[in-house]
Write a protein that binds this ligand. Structure first.
Ligand code: CP
Ligand code: NVA
Length: 301
């Protein structure tokens, strides 16, 4: 992969990257191929998992990560992203950026001559999708499953739609009207799904959506940047909570996933998060293995 802006960049290599992630996790790959490589990690928004998994992962692969908060960089004082891209390309081997706007990452890619990884934008979260697919494969053994994303058709949902289409996994987005995923990405996922046989759909009736589901997935109702709509979102999305009742409507061996951070008693209950059907903590751990596999793919000579 040259850059990872969108899951579309990973289409051809998705299984290779997942396989590397599994081999890194099992200890089969022990090499440290990124010695003398430097990763800049720019954050315009908060992060726990993305920051720590990339920082630890880069170190474990022998490389050096640099945490760069946009508040401390000159970007925060108005230095253009194009100039930042040109200059950082002279110091670093790769940049991972969590940006408020997807356009910022596109701009960085345009002016940088090193690879750029999207660590979450308002449109996509491809790094999360890799960890999620790895987790699903570990729990279920394959992607011949019914995956249901419940709640807001947001950035996490958008990347998962493409991930599902490329891996041939059936995916239903259960959301209220007005909270559907990005139209362009949804249409692309439908198109890609024709190649793999995945069945992709949107369903407003949550009970219908979870029938026969193997995996229930949710994310916060109020993403970073949506805070002004918080009250409205909590009102409209309240039926779309993963709780024990809803979980009992899925297959008996269904698992529950959440990218975290979670708001208990909004999109998910504590009971479900800590139940035997929760894959959430393994999913969080898999951020490390998946992010290492992305770095390995992009940076290994
Ligand atoms: N899931 C995820 O990206 O978590 P952080 O916001 O903590 O990085
Ligand atoms: N959809 C959430 C994901 C956080 C990891 C957000 O963008 O805030």
């Amino acid at each position: 992969m040259e850059n990872l802006l969108s899951m579309t960049d990973a289409k051809e290599e998705i299984f290779d990257i997942l396989n590397i992630a599994s081999r890194l996790k099992s200890g089969e790959i022990k090499e440290k191929p990124l010695v003398d490589k430097y990763l800049g990690m720019i954050f315009e928004k908060s992060s726990t998992r993305t920051r720590v998994s990339f920082e630890v992962g880069m170190n474990q692969l022998g490389g050096t990560p640099l945490y760069l908060s946009s508040n401390d960089l000159q970007i925060g004082r108005g230095e253009p992203i194009s100039d930042t891209a040109r200059v950082l390309s002279r110091f670093l081997d790769c940049i991972m950026i969590r940006a408020k706007s997807h356009e910022t990452v596109k701009e960085l890619i345009k002016y940088a001559d090193i690879p750029i990884i999207n660590g979450l934008t308002d449109k996509e979260h491809p790094c999360q999708t890799f960890a999620d697919l790895l987790t699903i494969r570990e729990y279920k053994g394959d992607f011949n499953r019914k995956f249901v994303f419940i709640g807001d058709g947001n950035n996490v949902c958008n990347s998962l739609l493409l991930g599902a289409a490329y891996t041939g996994m059936d995916m239903t987005v259960a959301c209220p009207e007005g909270y559907e995923p990005d139209e362009e990405i949804y249409n692309l996922a439908l198109e890609e799904a024709k190649q793999t046989g995945a069945h992709i759909s949107i369903e407003h009736d949550i009970h219908k959506a979870v029938e026969n589901a193997d995996i229930l997935y949710t994310d916060v109702w109020v993403s970073m940047g949506d805070e002004e709509e918080a009250e409205e979102r909590q009102r409209v999305l309240q039926e779309y909570q993963i709780n024990s009742q809803l979980l009992s409507e899925a297959k008996p061996d269904a698992i529950v996933m959440h990218c975290l951070p979670a708001i208990r008693d909004q999109e998910i209950t504590d009971e479900v998060m800590t139940s035997e059907q929760s894959a959430i903590w393994d999913q969080a751990e898999n951020r490390l293995h998946a992010q290492k596999a992305i770095l390995y793919n992009i940076l290994k000579d």
